[in-house]
Design a protein around this ligand. Structure first.
Ligand SMILES: Nc1ncnc2c1ncn2[C@@H]1O[C@H](COP(=O)(O)OP(=O)(O)OP(=O)(O)O)[C@@H](O)[C@H]1O
Ligand SMILES: [Mg+2]
Length: 232
Protein backbone atom coordinates (compact mmCIF):
# COMPACT_ATOMS: atom_id res chain seq x y z
CA UNK A 1 0.00 0.00 0.00
CA UNK A 2 1.39 3.40 -0.97
CA UNK A 3 1.55 6.27 1.52
CA UNK A 4 -0.82 9.07 0.53
CA UNK A 5 0.39 11.58 3.09
CA UNK A 6 2.84 11.78 5.95
CA UNK A 7 3.27 14.41 8.64
CA UNK A 8 6.52 14.64 10.53
CA UNK A 9 6.81 16.71 13.74
CA UNK A 10 4.17 19.23 12.66
CA UNK A 11 3.64 22.26 14.89
CA UNK A 12 1.11 25.05 14.41
CA UNK A 13 1.09 28.39 16.25
CA UNK A 14 -1.42 31.16 15.76
CA UNK A 15 -0.70 34.79 16.70
CA UNK A 16 2.35 36.32 18.38
CA UNK A 17 3.77 37.11 21.81
CA UNK A 18 1.31 36.94 24.70
CA UNK A 19 -1.51 36.09 22.27
CA UNK A 20 0.25 33.09 20.76
CA UNK A 21 -1.74 29.85 20.73
CA UNK A 22 0.02 26.51 20.26
CA UNK A 23 -2.68 24.64 18.34
CA UNK A 24 -0.61 21.60 17.26
CA UNK A 25 2.55 20.17 18.78
CA UNK A 26 4.86 17.55 17.31
CA UNK A 27 2.26 15.71 15.24
CA UNK A 28 3.52 12.73 13.23
CA UNK A 29 1.40 10.15 11.43
CA UNK A 30 0.84 8.81 7.97
CA UNK A 31 -2.14 7.81 5.88
CA UNK A 32 -2.13 5.08 3.26
CA UNK A 33 -3.80 5.13 -0.12
CA UNK A 34 -7.41 4.01 0.43
CA UNK A 35 -7.29 4.45 4.19
CA UNK A 36 -10.24 5.93 6.11
CA UNK A 37 -8.98 7.75 9.22
CA UNK A 38 -10.96 9.40 12.02
CA UNK A 39 -9.48 12.30 14.02
CA UNK A 40 -11.10 12.61 17.43
CA UNK A 41 -10.56 15.07 20.25
CA UNK A 42 -12.39 17.63 22.38
CA UNK A 43 -13.34 21.07 21.13
CA UNK A 44 -10.21 23.21 20.73
CA UNK A 45 -7.86 20.19 20.60
CA UNK A 46 -6.63 21.11 17.10
CA UNK A 47 -8.69 18.94 14.72
CA UNK A 48 -9.57 21.73 12.27
CA UNK A 49 -6.02 23.10 12.45
CA UNK A 50 -4.68 19.67 11.51
CA UNK A 51 -7.20 19.15 8.71
CA UNK A 52 -6.50 22.60 7.25
CA UNK A 53 -2.81 21.71 6.99
CA UNK A 54 -3.55 18.29 5.47
CA UNK A 55 -5.89 19.95 2.94
CA UNK A 56 -3.32 22.61 1.91
CA UNK A 57 -5.56 25.38 3.25
CA UNK A 58 -3.00 26.38 5.87
CA UNK A 59 0.71 25.81 6.39
CA UNK A 60 2.43 24.40 9.47
CA UNK A 61 4.67 26.61 11.62
CA UNK A 62 7.27 23.82 11.78
CA UNK A 63 7.67 20.26 10.57
CA UNK A 64 7.37 18.48 7.24
CA UNK A 65 4.31 17.46 5.28
CA UNK A 66 4.62 15.00 2.39
CA UNK A 67 1.84 14.39 -0.13
CA UNK A 68 2.38 11.35 -2.34
CA UNK A 69 6.04 11.48 -1.29
CA UNK A 70 6.47 15.13 -2.31
CA UNK A 71 7.51 17.70 0.33
CA UNK A 72 4.70 20.26 0.30
CA UNK A 73 6.94 23.15 1.37
CA UNK A 74 8.87 22.74 -1.88
CA UNK A 75 5.74 23.28 -3.99
CA UNK A 76 5.01 26.74 -5.36
CA UNK A 77 1.74 28.45 -4.42
CA UNK A 78 0.40 27.63 -7.89
CA UNK A 79 1.36 23.97 -7.60
CA UNK A 80 -0.39 23.78 -4.23
CA UNK A 81 -3.54 25.42 -5.61
CA UNK A 82 -3.53 23.11 -8.65
CA UNK A 83 -3.12 20.05 -6.46
CA UNK A 84 -5.93 21.16 -4.16
CA UNK A 85 -8.24 21.90 -7.07
CA UNK A 86 -7.65 18.54 -8.75
CA UNK A 87 -6.98 16.07 -5.97
CA UNK A 88 -8.42 17.26 -2.65
CA UNK A 89 -12.07 17.42 -1.66
CA UNK A 90 -12.58 19.47 1.50
CA UNK A 91 -15.75 19.36 3.59
CA UNK A 92 -15.71 22.42 5.84
CA UNK A 93 -16.95 22.46 9.42
CA UNK A 94 -19.11 25.49 8.57
CA UNK A 95 -20.04 24.32 5.04
CA UNK A 96 -18.68 27.48 3.31
CA UNK A 97 -20.93 27.24 0.26
CA UNK A 98 -20.73 30.09 -2.24
CA UNK A 99 -23.72 32.24 -1.21
CA UNK A 100 -24.56 33.67 -4.65
CA UNK A 101 -24.58 30.26 -6.34
CA UNK A 102 -27.45 27.77 -6.36
CA UNK A 103 -27.15 24.27 -4.94
CA UNK A 104 -26.57 22.95 -8.47
CA UNK A 105 -23.87 25.54 -9.20
CA UNK A 106 -22.09 24.97 -5.88
CA UNK A 107 -21.79 21.26 -6.62
CA UNK A 108 -20.87 21.82 -10.29
CA UNK A 109 -18.21 24.44 -9.54
CA UNK A 110 -15.23 22.08 -8.89
CA UNK A 111 -15.91 20.31 -12.21
CA UNK A 112 -16.19 23.67 -13.98
CA UNK A 113 -12.80 24.71 -12.51
CA UNK A 114 -11.33 21.43 -13.73
CA UNK A 115 -12.63 22.18 -17.25
CA UNK A 116 -15.00 19.22 -17.43
CA UNK A 117 -17.39 19.43 -20.41
CA UNK A 118 -20.84 20.95 -19.72
CA UNK A 119 -22.75 17.80 -20.72
CA UNK A 120 -20.73 15.62 -18.34
CA UNK A 121 -21.10 18.20 -15.54
CA UNK A 122 -24.86 18.09 -15.94
CA UNK A 123 -24.96 14.28 -15.84
CA UNK A 124 -22.73 13.97 -12.80
CA UNK A 125 -24.32 16.77 -10.76
CA UNK A 126 -27.84 15.50 -11.51
CA UNK A 127 -26.90 12.00 -10.37
CA UNK A 128 -25.22 13.20 -7.17
CA UNK A 129 -28.11 15.55 -6.35
CA UNK A 130 -30.41 12.51 -6.46
CA UNK A 131 -28.03 10.48 -4.27
CA UNK A 132 -28.00 13.18 -1.57
CA UNK A 133 -31.77 13.64 -1.89
CA UNK A 134 -31.62 17.31 -2.91
CA UNK A 135 -32.65 17.22 -6.57
CA UNK A 136 -35.80 19.20 -5.68
CA UNK A 137 -33.61 21.94 -4.18
CA UNK A 138 -31.22 22.36 -7.13
CA UNK A 139 -32.20 25.97 -7.88
CA UNK A 140 -32.20 27.17 -4.28
CA UNK A 141 -29.52 29.36 -2.72
CA UNK A 142 -27.61 28.16 0.38
CA UNK A 143 -29.43 30.68 2.60
CA UNK A 144 -32.72 28.96 1.69
CA UNK A 145 -31.52 25.58 3.00
CA UNK A 146 -31.50 23.99 6.44
CA UNK A 147 -28.14 23.39 8.13
CA UNK A 148 -28.24 19.68 7.30
CA UNK A 149 -29.12 20.36 3.66
CA UNK A 150 -26.19 22.77 3.42
CA UNK A 151 -23.92 20.14 4.91
CA UNK A 152 -25.04 17.60 2.29
CA UNK A 153 -24.31 20.11 -0.49
CA UNK A 154 -20.84 20.65 1.02
CA UNK A 155 -20.26 16.89 1.01
CA UNK A 156 -21.43 16.56 -2.61
CA UNK A 157 -19.20 19.47 -3.67
CA UNK A 158 -16.17 17.74 -2.15
CA UNK A 159 -16.90 14.33 -3.71
CA UNK A 160 -18.08 15.37 -7.20
CA UNK A 161 -14.60 15.55 -8.74
CA UNK A 162 -13.65 12.13 -7.31
CA UNK A 163 -10.50 13.39 -5.55
CA UNK A 164 -7.76 11.07 -4.31
CA UNK A 165 -7.89 12.70 -0.85
CA UNK A 166 -11.04 13.81 1.01
CA UNK A 167 -10.79 15.85 4.19
CA UNK A 168 -14.00 16.15 6.15
CA UNK A 169 -14.29 18.44 9.18
CA UNK A 170 -17.24 17.22 11.28
CA UNK A 171 -19.16 16.02 8.19
CA UNK A 172 -22.14 14.70 10.16
CA UNK A 173 -22.43 17.54 12.69
CA UNK A 174 -25.71 18.88 11.24
CA UNK A 175 -27.09 15.55 10.00
CA UNK A 176 -29.60 13.10 11.44
CA UNK A 177 -28.65 9.45 11.62
CA UNK A 178 -30.18 8.52 8.27
CA UNK A 179 -28.40 11.28 6.34
CA UNK A 180 -25.15 10.71 8.22
CA UNK A 181 -25.30 7.06 7.16
CA UNK A 182 -26.11 7.93 3.53
CA UNK A 183 -23.23 10.44 3.40
CA UNK A 184 -20.79 7.91 4.83
CA UNK A 185 -21.89 5.37 2.22
CA UNK A 186 -21.19 7.92 -0.54
CA UNK A 187 -17.71 8.44 0.88
CA UNK A 188 -17.10 4.70 1.16
CA UNK A 189 -18.21 4.27 -2.47
CA UNK A 190 -15.49 6.66 -3.63
CA UNK A 191 -13.04 5.01 -1.24
CA UNK A 192 -13.75 1.51 -2.55
CA UNK A 193 -14.09 2.39 -6.24
CA UNK A 194 -10.85 4.29 -6.62
CA UNK A 195 -8.86 4.04 -3.42
CA UNK A 196 -9.48 7.61 -2.28
CA UNK A 197 -8.07 8.29 1.20
CA UNK A 198 -10.19 9.99 3.86
CA UNK A 199 -9.51 12.00 7.01
CA UNK A 200 -12.63 12.75 9.04
CA UNK A 201 -12.68 14.89 12.18
CA UNK A 202 -15.70 13.73 14.15
CA UNK A 203 -17.32 13.51 17.56
CA UNK A 204 -19.89 11.11 16.14
CA UNK A 205 -19.34 7.55 17.45
CA UNK A 206 -21.24 6.20 14.43
CA UNK A 207 -18.81 7.89 12.01
CA UNK A 208 -15.74 6.82 13.97
CA UNK A 209 -16.96 3.21 14.05
CA UNK A 210 -17.04 3.20 10.24
CA UNK A 211 -13.42 4.36 9.92
CA UNK A 212 -10.46 1.98 9.56
CA UNK A 213 -8.35 3.67 12.23
CA UNK A 214 -8.57 6.62 14.57
CA UNK A 215 -6.16 9.05 16.15
CA UNK A 216 -6.86 11.24 19.17
CA UNK A 217 -5.84 14.83 19.73
CA UNK A 218 -5.56 16.30 23.19
CA UNK A 219 -4.42 19.92 23.61
CA UNK A 220 -2.77 19.82 20.20
CA UNK A 221 -0.83 16.58 20.77
CA UNK A 222 -1.51 13.04 19.61
CA UNK A 223 -2.67 10.97 22.54
CA UNK A 224 -1.21 7.46 22.85
CA UNK A 225 0.45 5.42 20.16
CA UNK A 226 -1.50 6.34 17.06
CA UNK A 227 1.20 6.43 14.46
CA UNK A 228 -0.19 3.72 12.23
CA UNK A 229 2.03 3.08 9.25
CA UNK A 230 5.01 5.09 10.42
CA UNK A 231 6.72 7.91 8.64
CA UNK A 232 7.40 7.53 4.93
N1 LIG B 1 -7.08 31.54 13.38
C1 LIG B 1 -6.81 31.30 14.67
N2 LIG B 1 -6.19 32.24 15.44
C2 LIG B 1 -5.90 32.00 16.74
N3 LIG B 1 -6.20 30.85 17.38
C3 LIG B 1 -6.82 29.89 16.66
C4 LIG B 1 -7.17 30.07 15.29
N4 LIG B 1 -7.78 28.94 14.85
C5 LIG B 1 -7.81 28.10 15.90
N5 LIG B 1 -7.23 28.66 16.99
C6 LIG B 1 -7.04 28.04 18.31
O1 LIG B 1 -6.33 26.83 18.11
C7 LIG B 1 -6.83 25.79 18.95
C8 LIG B 1 -7.30 24.63 18.09
O2 LIG B 1 -8.44 25.06 17.34
P1 LIG B 1 -9.16 24.11 16.29
O3 LIG B 1 -10.20 24.92 15.59
O4 LIG B 1 -8.12 23.44 15.46
O5 LIG B 1 -9.84 23.03 17.27
P2 LIG B 1 -10.94 21.91 16.97
O6 LIG B 1 -10.44 20.64 17.59
O7 LIG B 1 -11.24 21.87 15.52
O8 LIG B 1 -12.21 22.43 17.79
P3 LIG B 1 -13.79 22.21 17.48
O9 LIG B 1 -14.11 20.77 17.87
O10 LIG B 1 -14.45 23.20 18.40
O11 LIG B 1 -14.04 22.49 16.04
C9 LIG B 1 -7.94 26.43 19.79
O12 LIG B 1 -7.39 26.80 21.03
C10 LIG B 1 -8.34 27.66 18.97
O13 LIG B 1 -8.81 28.68 19.82
MG1 LIG C 1 -12.95 22.20 14.41
Amino acid sequence: MDIRLALHAITKHYGHGDNQVAALQNISFSLAEGEFLAVQGPSGSGKSSLLNICGLIDQPSEGQYYLNGQAVEQLSVKQRCDYRRREIGFIFQRHQLLPAMTVYENIAYPLFLNKVKAKQIKQEVTLLLKKIGLDHRCNHLPKQLSGGERQRVGIARALIKRPQLVIADEPSASLDHQHAHASLMLMRELNEQQGASFILASHDAFVVKHCDRNINLLDGSLAGEALGLGIL
